[in-house]
Design a protein around this ligand. Structure first.
Ligand code: M6P
Ligand code: ZN
Length: 192
């Protein structure tokens, strides 16, 4: 294993931007249009309003070796698609026995979790919330506020991302804007 020199990254709590700049990637509506329950509305927005930015991830990438601890900051922009709040794609870890920690930096969010055998959990997050994603739980974050929701995340380098299950089955719960409130509802199209 190669010895890495220790380093520090300054994190902007409002934007999630890293200084010095590390890796960054963005996900737009076109990257996840089929993941929103109202696909027609997602298609309409894409055609009429353009490919809106949904979230951005700043990430300290490290070799995928045992003991390395990548970390990142995710900023989810405020907004919704047909009432369903902006969210991340969500994933299981390829190595399902690996957990993760999320720490809220600014804004208001909801962390949706579920297991293959149908258990679900919804945790609200604000600045200062430290949420634990235990092994075996798929996880997706949702911005339920009117401002950007920004959180910091820490995981094990070999955890990996398994997006396929969620892309195929969706999450069992949706987080919707109803009468000004964030409401968690069953996803009618989800796997049983
Ligand atoms: C967090 C971490 C990352 C993840 C990112 C975006 O920062 O969990 O590993 O990539 O959120 O979520 P997703 O990969 O589901 O799009
Ligand atoms: Zn993860």
């Amino acid at each position: 294993m190669k010895l890495i020199q220790p380093f520090v990254t300054e994190v902007n709590f409002e934007s999630g931007v890293f200084t010095p700049r590390r890796g960054v990637y963005q996900r737009r509506l076109s990257d996840m249009a089929g993941m929103y329950a109202d696909r027609e509305e997602a298609a309409r927005i894409l055609a009429e309003e353009g490919d809106r930015l949904i979230y951005e991830v700043h990430i300290v990438q490290l070799p995928a070796e045992e003991g390395q601890i990548p970390h990142g900051a995710t900023r989810i922009l405020a907004g919704n698609i047909g009432g369903e709040f902006h969210m991340t794609k969500g994933h299981y870890h390829a190595r399902r026995e690996q957990g993760e920690v999320y720490f809220g930096l600014s804004g208001r969010g909801m962390l949706l979790l579920e297991t293959v055998d149908g258990k679900t959990s919804e945790l609200e997050m604000v600045a200062g919330s430290a949420a634990y994603v235990p092994p075996f739980w798929a996880h997706r974050t949702v911005n339920i506020g009117a401002e950007d929701f920004v959180f910091f995340s820490v995981w094990e380098a070999r955890a990996g991302h398994d997006y396929g299950t969620i892309e195929r089955d969706g999450f069992r719960k949706l987080v919707m804007l109803r009468d000004g409130w964030a409401v968690v509802v069953d996803n009618p199209k989800a796997a049983g």
